[in-house]
Design a protein around this ligand. Sequence first.
Ligand SMILES: [Ca+2]
Ligand SMILES: [Ca+2]
Length: 231
Amino acid sequence: MSSDLSGRLATIEYCAFYQNKARTTGTGYGGALRLEGRTLVRHSTFFRNTAGEGCGVSVSGDSGIVAIENCNITFNANSGIQVLGTGNLSMECSNLYDNTGGHIVGTADTSDYTGRLIFEDPLFCDTANADFTLSSFSPCTMDSSPCDLYIGQYYMSACDYCCNLAGDVNNDGFGPDLIDIQYLTNALFLGGPAIPCPEEGDANGNGNVDMIDVQYLVNAVFHGGPAPVCP
Ligand SMILES: [Ca+2]
Ligand SMILES: [Ca+2]
């Protein structure tokens, strides 16, 4: 259910919150935003923020009524979102990924968000230069997101690049490991699901995805061979 945001204090949209920091001890909550009152946060990206809890957003327990819609909350150094006490959070069509302390912590009933969230690598074009445009392979583009709206700050796909963990064939953020080898074998020879980011399947980085990459991955994972590379 959406939160009642009538008479809201603020709408925060089309923003990127990048490498903000709150204290990481005591009540260091809300690395990017610590919100009270009624607030709508939409089409924004939270990346690599740091706090004790709620690196992206912390919702106050006193009066916080917050709706997060179409946001990317990813790669934060502790929990992505925190809800304190009686704080109220609703979420629609957002992506949570690689928040090391958990995606949503505190008092929110996360069962409310079932089916409204995805948990996938957003495949930003160039995070080293704070470029949060989306790869054409991103699950957050208008065509790929579960709600036909883009997720995050940018609506356009601006690159075809997607390799941020070479050999992570299934693009789950882990690996390369046996699961990636099986995924690649399945995709190439057994009619399995397509490789989400072909560059991560091209383990030897020669521009083709084929049997040689399977062998390369087996060698890397089990026999101490060279690590996969991005093309
Ligand atoms: Ca993987
Ligand atoms: Ca290859």
